[in-house]
Ligand binder design. Sequence first.
Ligand code: HEM
Ligand SMILES: [Ca+2]
Ligand SMILES: [Ca+2]
Length: 303
Amino acid sequence: QLREDFYRSTCPNVESIVRSAVTKKFQQTFVTAPATLRLFFHDCFVRGCDASVLLSSPNNRAEKDHPDDISLAGDGFDTVIKAKEAVDSDPQCRNKVSCADILALATRDVVALAGGPTYKVELGRRDGRISTIASVQHKLPHPEFNLNELENMFSSHGLTQTDMVALSGAHTIGFSHCDRFSKRIYNFSPRKRIDPTLNFRYAIQLRGMCPLNVDPRIAINMDPTTPQIFDNAYFKNLQQGMGLFTSDQILFTDTRSRSTVNLFASDNEAFNRAFVSAITKLGRVGVKTGNQGEIRRDCSFVN
Ligand code: HEM
Ligand SMILES: [Ca+2]
Ligand SMILES: [Ca+2]
């Protein structure tokens, strides 16, 4: 029951207000884009797209304190906070727009700012009131997942294999810490140190950027070719064995999804269309509407 014109009478300028706040933040740091996009994904997969991931707890027991969320970059949270401030500084809009909708709009804006497709965002999500470490457990995909594990998790939210492949294309921008893939380059199996599905030259480059005992704060580009452009280079990389995680490379290695990777690699417009369709479906996952939940006054705390 989400609608594109949900705020037509309560906050008609919400889209332009959010867009200018997000653009300003993006001009200050590129990380705004990957951080916000990943934040939206992690929000929607845990209790639905209800901004539960944004909540803080005084004793560090909220979603964002779970190991799977701890690497969410602060710039994503900051983007929503800045956009919410901008929305609330318009007297008409004050406390009318949910944090969940602001995150959905900000995500659309960062994708466009990074060179990706533009699309309409459905609105009317309400903010959740619950955020716990426990609710994250087994709800987010891990970089070691194989195709069956990925499909199970995405299909539990009504997302198809094609949606899953298209959404994985989000790894065309942003960063990863070395420990998320170090097994693939140092310790794959007793007989093979390097994952054989990994391009050997790329593996050696990765070893150079991520030496053993590297500072755990070091993060590297996930797309080695166009790290700051939202494009289909991610899929071309997969064809070359240059997917950073097992969960990336498996999309090409497993013949069940290879043809979709090949299609997106050869046709950027096909990727863009599939991404828009998939992220729109992602934005509907588990949403609260009507009088469920609330419109949070401060995105970090329940009212
Ligand atoms: C398919 C299963 C997925 C797995 C296993 C996965 C896993 C990961 C991991 C391990 C990182 C690196 C985190 C770090 O070390 O800081 C990462 C980063 C990222 N992921 Fe995913 N992800 C998946 C799907 C998605 C989806 C569906 C999206 C969004 C639509 C997404 C967006 C991102 C972005 C943008 C980053 C970079 C974050 C940054 O630079 O701050 N991922 N992902
Ligand atoms: Ca959520
Ligand atoms: Ca790229």
